[in-house]
Each structure stands twice: as C-alpha cells, then as structure tokens.
Ligand binder design. Structure first.
Ligand SMILES: [Zn+2]
Length: 287
C-alpha cells in the first residue's frame, strides 16, 4: 500500500471536472445510492496510479473495463460496522479493539464524503474488508469529518487517499515478497499488522496473484540494480537508473514492495540478492 496524497480541495476540483454538479447533488442525498458514487469511481482510479487497488496495489484494466473490476470502497462502512474477529496472534499481542455500537447503521454522514472513498479491487472490498472497521478509540458514527475521526477513533486500517492519515510506507514495508510492520511496538505497529491481516496481504495461497506480481517486479528490479552497479559506461548506468525509477514509480503495481526492495539493495546487497533468488524460486514454483 502507498499513499495517494491530495488535498480535499484538489480532489473536489477533480470530481467537479469529471462530473459537474456532483458535489451539490451528493449533498442532497440522504440514502445510499451506488449509482451516485460510481459516477466518480474513475477519479479515484486515475489518482491511484491508473487503476491500482488502494489496498493491495494490484493493477487492473484501464478506466472503461477497469470499472468492472473494482468498486468504490467506503473506508468507513456506510450501512453498519461489523465486529472484526481478530486472529489469536494479534489478540496475544494485547492490541485493544473497541466493540462497535450494537445495531449501528454505519456512518451515514460519510456516505458521500470524498475522503471516505477509495477505488478497491473486489476481493479487497467485498470479500476481505466488508463492513469491518476496527478501531482503538470510541466509535463516533454520527460524525461527518474523517480528519477529526482519524484523531479520535484511532482506526487501525490506513486510509491511503488524502493528506491526513499516516503514509502507509512509514508503517508497512516489504521483506522480499512479504509485507511487515516497520515499527517494533505501539500503535503504528498495530496499524500495520491489522491492515496486513484484514487484506490478507501476507497470504501466499489466498493472494497468490499479489505474490507472483511482486516476484516479477523484484526480479526485474534486481536485474536493473545489478546492471547499474556493474555498468561499464555512463550511458549504461543512466539507462539502468531510468528503469529503476520506472519500476519504483507510484503508477507501478506493488510500488511499496519495489521501493522496499530497492532501498534494501543499497543497504544490504547480499540480503537483497537472497530475496531476488526467493522471488525467482516463487516464479518457478519452488517456494
Ligand atoms: Zn485489492
């Protein structure tokens, strides 16, 4: 997961340019209407590196066909917040979870809030995240202000759009193919662990597509990093550097994985080489 940094004003301008009058229309809506938020799905798809899922960084088809592959996720659930059953290993760490209010109806005031949307692939949105929204603070389901809620509810999931949440790359980095928490303790660690768990970002079997694509990117990147290190000419170095930049660009799928690998290569080339070999083994079906 990476951040797609944008201010509310900039986002509102993009929405208005795409669908003039949408912001005004949305204000008058009192019930949920998927046709309304679907109208602005492409704005989020463009913002998120050209049809990348906000959560798993999978790349989908471009706008016309890609709309069918992903949904507008309501970061805070629009109809109800369901209890998320944390796995035992997270409970054993002592991570506190607040129980959602009984018979809650979700966050009605955020149904049309621009900072409550993200474009997400269907597995992330409807199979994994569903109506879960685990937090450490107190639920404030009547609120209409995501920035304030972020401070007061202390959500575990990371909202990757906008300019007020943590940058996911400060919380989650990759060790080869596997996402892991950057911090060794505290709330930032818990956010990483819960986010990885909810979206199953570390499940080799259930999310084999993610692992395969991460492996392909790591092997390509490794080749270019080695080309740069071993180049005989300035021109060779320049070309390799250009390709490294392309492979770690935010529009590339699994950019967090790619950037983690690049940074590790410069710090510990032997460890990065071992991860590149693991990636090749994964592609060849040996791991
Ligand atoms: Zn996804």
């Amino acid at each position: 997961m990476i951040q797609y940094r944008i201010s509310y004003q900039e986002l509102a301008e993009k929405i208005e340019a795409e669908k003039p009058g949408w912001m005004e229309r949305a204000k008058t809506k009192t019930v949920d209407d998927s046709a309304v938020w679907s109208e602005v799905k492409v704005v989020y798809m463009r913002l998120q590196g050209g049809s990348k899922c906000a959560y798993c960084e999978r790349k989908m088809e471009a706008e016309e066909f890609g709309k069918g592959e992903q949904a507008v996720d309501h970061f805070r659930p629009k109809k109800r917040v369901q209890v998320w059953k944390a796995p035992q290993d997270l409970i054993d760490l002592g991570i506190p979870f607040t129980t959602p209010p009984k018979d809650n109806k979700g966050y009605p005031a955020l149904c049309y809030h621009l900072f409550n949307y993200a474009a997400a692939c269907n597995p992330c949105n409807s199979i994994l995240k569903k109506d879960y929204f685990p937090i450490a603070g107190a639920y404030q389901i009547e609120s209409d202000a995501p920035e304030t809620l972020h401070q007061e509810e202390l959500p575990y999931l990371i909202y990757p759009v906008g300019d007020f949440d943590d940058n996911p790359e400060d919380l989650i980095q990759f060790r080869g193919l596997l996402p892991s928490a950057v911090h060794t303790e505290g709330r930032k660690r818990y956010r990483a662990l819960v986010t990885i768990e909810v979206f199953q970002l570390d499940s080799r079997e259930e999310r084999a597509n993610l692992f395969r694509d991460r492996a392909l990117i790591i092997t390509h990147l490794f080749t270019q990093l080695e080309n740069k290190a071993n180049a005989y000419t300035e021109e060779g170095r320049r070309i390799a550097q250009e390709r490294i930049e392309s492979l770690t660009n935010p529009v590339i799928q699994h950019a967090n994985c790619a950037r983690s690998f690049r940074d590790l290569y410069y710090l510990d080339r032997a460890k990065a080489t071992a991860y590149a070999n693991e990636a090749w083994d994964y592609i060849n079906g040996k791991s």
